[in-house]
Ligand binder design. Structure first.
Ligand code: NAD
Length: 293
């Protein structure tokens, strides 16, 4: 009777005959990644989309560095506890992603506590709703500082860590459908998300040789505090009651509903998994059918 090891040996030999060496290496990664512990940093994960992503990645087997601003510490602690109750490790790290040095320390802290980094999700973002002509210098700088510089610092710090580790990695950036089709009343926000899409493409080209993939997700209208704040402002401008923007938005969504953070987390789960190993430079739209690119 053939012993198990010899079957495995034959299977390996067959693969060797069929696949080029780099593909074989990928196969090996697929075979082992489920048994090794994996770690991810998710910025802005104290609430909203980031929280759903952190919890989803924990369910997928990741230990998670839960980042947010310090004033959200109680929400962060509760996300950390929820992850631990799922049997994964979690670490709260308070850092402002718009500050390069704080992002570098966050990556160092995560690696020291949780182990080598596998995935970073540059999720933190802010929105300001106003006419372009009313954009102040301060508002413009703050949106770009978090939404664009924040993503840049996170991508850089994670990529340097991945290169040091020598085993590749996955960078996942938060864009938005406005990177494809801008909304009115938020020109700086829209521009910041278009910049994320462009950065994602360029970094994907630069980092491929290190086996680092760089992708982004583009949510549509997601039921979070950010969307409710936008709803209120659009309501004031249009003279409509609270909730009208979100309700009316349904008519432009093919699937007939606005999304929940978990809809977005499912896409990020895929981008963080080996199933997306051959995908890079893409911004994946998750909007229920608003933008058809
Ligand atoms: P949210 O406001 O509910 O949560 C954002 C989180 O990021 C908050 O916990 C906040 O404290 C944190 N954060 C903000 N600035 C930070 C900083 N400088 N450093 C660290 N953390 C910071 O928003 P959300 O709806 O969950 O949005 C998450 C991401 O999804 C954002 O990038 C946003 O632009 C994007 N997005 C949201 C929608 C939507 O409809 N909600 C649509 C498209 C894209």
């Amino acid at each position: 009777m053939t012993s198990l090891p010899s079957i495995l040996l034959r299977a390996t030999t067959t693969r060797r005959l069929i696949y080029p060496v780099h593909a074989l290496r990928c196969q090996r990664t697929f075979a082992t990644s489920k048994t090794l512990s994996k770690t991810a940093i998710v910025s802005g994960s104290g609430r909203g989309i980031g929280k759903a992503i952190a919890l989803r990645l924990a369910r997928d087997g990741f230990d998670v560095c839960v980042n947010d601003l310090e004033h959200n510490s109680s929400s962060v602690e509760s996300v950390v506890n929820e992850i631990k109750s799922l049997g994964r490790n979690a670490l709260p790290v308070y850092a402002d992603v718009s500050k390069c040095s704080q992002v570098e320390s966050m990556v160092e802290t995560s690696v020291a506590a949780l182990g080598p980094l596998d995935v970073i999700v540059a999720n933190a973002g802010i929105a300001k709703i106003h006419l372009g002509l009313d954009a102040t210098e301060a508002d413009t700088q703050s949106v770009l500082a978090v939404n664009f510089y924040g993503v840049l610092w996170q991508d850089q710090a994670a990529a340097k860590q991945f290169i040091k580790q020598g085993a590749g990695g996955k960078i996942i950036n938060c864009a938005s459908i406005v990177a494809f089709r801008p909304f009115p009343m938020s020109p700086i926000y829209c521009a910041s998300k278009a910049a994320v899409r462009s950065l994602t493409q360029s970094f994907a080209m630069e980092l491929a040789k290190h086996k680092i993939t760089v992708n982004a997700y583009a949510p549509g209208i997601v039921d979070t505090q950010m969307a409710h704040a936008a709803d209120e402002i659009y309501g004031v401008v249009d003279g409509l009651p609270k909730g009208s923007f979100l309700e009316n938005a349904k008519s432009m969504i093919a699937l007939g509903r606005t999304s929940v953070p978990e809809d977005v987390a499912k896409m990020v789960s895929y981008l963080a998994s080996p199933d997306s190993d051959y995908v890079t430079g893409q911004t994946m739209i998750v909007d229920g059918g608003i933008v058809f690119s």
